[in-house]
Design a protein around this ligand. Structure first.
Ligand code: TXA
Ligand code: MG
Length: 332
């Protein structure tokens, strides 16, 4: 399981060639994207895609995102390519946006969990771009973590969770965005935001003219907006509990219980401390910086042996929707 370090802006072509050769040969490779690390495989090869599900322990009903190098390649995998997709792609591709469209027969059923639609994304990360171009095939790539667990914003996180299951990890340093892409479903007349991301829902709605936001995208529990989205997700090994303000009674109840058990308690804060905790990680009090540091913070609190993590709930504003979504799912 070698990890090969590359310069994120100008990756060594020989390392890229090695990754591409493995991918063309039906193997899986972990690599950085601008959002989180992905575990890629040739999306046109069902046997290769099966290896992704196996390595992650991912349920077969949860479809994968297919990554391509440019809009032209995305068009070839859609049938039809909707008009709205052009406007979105023009503005945000390459970048942290995934579009769900009706799929072409070139995409095997295992990729889409049997759905008639496929999720497509053109990543902007130079390493992801280089690998896509060298491999010359579309790459199915979910986040590079065991199913349900905290995603990887650094190669180290991939090693921790999948190190013994993948033949190659490309280390391009910490990812820029830090949380997964926004997912917009264009397969029906009204566009729907299936997963909030760093691109704001207001910006998406302005460009599209209309955007449905299923309640499941903000808080799980209601309708199932997309297969696999209802499960507990993004979760560290520790129990994660959200609190709002230092007076929230949940803090005192949970702290007392943890003390009685002698459990180590961590706190993830951006403004207000919950009281005395063994380990405190502070993130920036604005959504982009918070998102960038979120998964590293959760990995760190786990690594430092916290059994309970008290997380200061971010404001319930649209700007924080994507971060809140990840925290709510991690605590469910
Ligand atoms: O930023 C990202 O999107 C990262 C990087 C690696 O590109 N990938 C990622 O993949 O987050 P994953 O597999 O962890 O999440 C894909 C999400 C899942 O919630 C899945 O249910 C949804 O996209 N999805 C995939 N195909 C779909 C489809 N045809 N219809 C509806 N939802 C779909
Ligand atoms: Mg994931």
């Amino acid at each position: 399981m070698p990890t090969l370090r590359v310069d994120p802006l100008t990756p060594d072509p020989s390392v890229i060639a090695r990754a591409a050769a493995l991918l063309r040969n039906g193997e899986v490779v972990a690599f950085p994207t601008e959002t989180v690390y992905g575990l890629g495989a040739d999306a046109t090869n069902p046997e290769a895609v099966r290896r992704i599900f196996e390595a992650k322990g991912r349920p077969a009903y949860n479809p994968l995102i297919v990554h391509v190098a440019d809009v032209a390649a995305a068009r070839r995998l859609a049938a039809p390519w909707p008009e709205a997709a052009d406007a979105l792609a023009d503005r945000w591709w390459p970048g942290p946006l995934t579009l769900v469209v009706r799929k072409s027969p070139a995409i095997p059923d295992i990729v889409t969990a049997g759905l008639p639609t496929v999720a497509l994304r053109v990543p902007s990360h130079p390493v992801a771009q280089a690998i896509l171009r060298a491999a010359g095939v579309p790459l199915a790539a979910p986040s590079a973590n065991l199913s349900g667990q905290t995603s990887a914003s650094q190669a180290r996180h991939v090693e921790k969770s999948l190190g013994d299951r993948v033949p190659l990890i490309i280390d391009g340093g910490p990812t820029e965005v830090g949380i997964e892409s926004a997912v917009v479903d264009l397969s029906n007349p009204t566009p729907r935001l299936l997963r909030p991301g760093s691109i704001s829902r207001d910006d998406l709605a302005r460009l599209l003219g209309q955007l449905e936001v299923p309640s499941g995208a903000a808080a799980p529990g209601a309708a199932l907006p997309s297969p696999g989205m209802l499960d507990r997700h993004y979760a560290p090994a520790a129990e994660l509990v959200l609190y709002s303000g230092s007076q929230d009674p949940v803090i005192h109840a949970r702290l007392a219980a943890a003390r009685a058990e002698g459990a180590r308690v961590g706190a993830l804060v951006h403004h207000t401390l919950p009281g005395a905790c063994e380990t405190i990680v502070a993130l920036p009090p604005e959504p982009a910086g918070y998102a960038r540091g979120l998964y590293q913070a959760l990995h760190e609190l786990d690594e430092r042996g916290c059994r309970l993590i008290l997380v200061e709930a971010p404001p319930a504003t649209p700007a924080w929707a994507a971060v809140r979504d990840r925290l709510v799912r991690a605590s469910s």
